[in-house]
Design a protein. Structure first.
Length: 281
């Protein structure tokens, strides 16, 4: 075995081990599936039923679009975000139990540690969000949701999985950066309430972007806005949108999301390699 092969194995083996550990922990804690998938689905059904009468479709949407159809991609992003939260909060538990210290003293690259955690969280997020994208249209068939103009095609499904993977990787990296310096799960939940949930609410997932005003500026400056917009574009792949419709283009959404993902991964590697007194506990 060459030195190059050994170094490749030394890099990939920790990634696979940590990823497999995340999957095993998830399937042993099935209540996480209920929390990450059940609550957003209830949001979609209840908010959709309560707000459909006051909803006015945005410029880019068809006049027959219901609020539940508009809210549908936003709920998929919420599931991805919840899964990222649940997977990265384990960093705090691993530090308290001593597992994290054992990983940090191992002679493996810090990037391997980061990618192991991120790949595990990404896989779980894509699985759960994909289940919702399949279940959602079925709820319209049984009458729990109005019919949607969106129809699942092979190309749209492949593009949707690819986009959800990029978005899940980004949000898991963001959760990693937030969870790493924290000592308690209570502190993480506080950050989630004050930062992550408003970030989702101000992404165009819950209500359309206004044409002017400070709220419109905040929504356009929010990087998650382009993650939601990209998922909308992918879901309606092949639909011709009107120029100047106010919805970010797919190219812009890809560029902003990739840039945000790169920044989050860079920060995750940096905080992992930084020495602190917490790592010695």
């Amino acid at each position: 075995m060459t030195i190059e092969s050994r170094s490749r194995i030394a890099f990939l083996l920790p990634v696979w081990t940590l990823t497999a550990r995340e999957l095993v922990r998830f399937f042993r804690q099935r209540t996480r599936l209920i929390g990450a998938l059940g609550q957003p689905m209830l949001f979609w059904i209840l908010f959709g039923a309560g707000l459909h009468g006051s909803f006015h479709p945005p410029v880019w949407a068809s006049g027959s679009m219901s609020y539940q159809e508009y809210f549908f991609p936003g709920v998929a992003v919420l599931i991805v975000m919840f899964t990222a939260i649940f997977s990265t909060i384990s960093i705090i538990e691993d530090r308290r139990e001593g597992f994290l210290q054992g990983v940090l003293v191992a002679p493996i690259p810090r990037l391997s540690i980061v990618l192991g955690k991120l790949c595990g969280g990404t896989l779980l997020a894509v699985i759960q969000a994909g289940l919702f994208l399949l279940i959602g249209p079925l709820l319209a068939v049984v009458g729990l949701a109005p019919p949607m103009d969106w129809s699942l095609t092979l190309g749209g499904a492949a593009a949707g999985v690819a986009w959800l993977t990029l978005l899940a990787f980004t949000l898991t990296a963001l959760g990693y950066v937030i969870a790493w310096p924290l000592d308690s799960t209570q502190g993480f939940h506080a950050v989630m309430s004050l930062f992550l949930m408003p970030m989702w609410l101000l992404s165009g997932a819950f209500f359309p972007d206004g044409e002017r005003g400070w709220l419109s500026i905040v929504i356009k400056a929010n990087p998650l806005t382009y993650g939601v917009a990209g998922l909308r574009r992918v879901m309606y792949l092949g639909t011709v949108f009107e120029p100047g419709d106010g919805l970010p283009s797919l190219g812009l959404s890809v560029a902003v999301t990739c840039l945000f993902c790169g920044v989050c991964i860079g920060l995750a590697v940096w905080v992992t390699g930084r020495r602190s007194s917490k790592d010695a506990r």
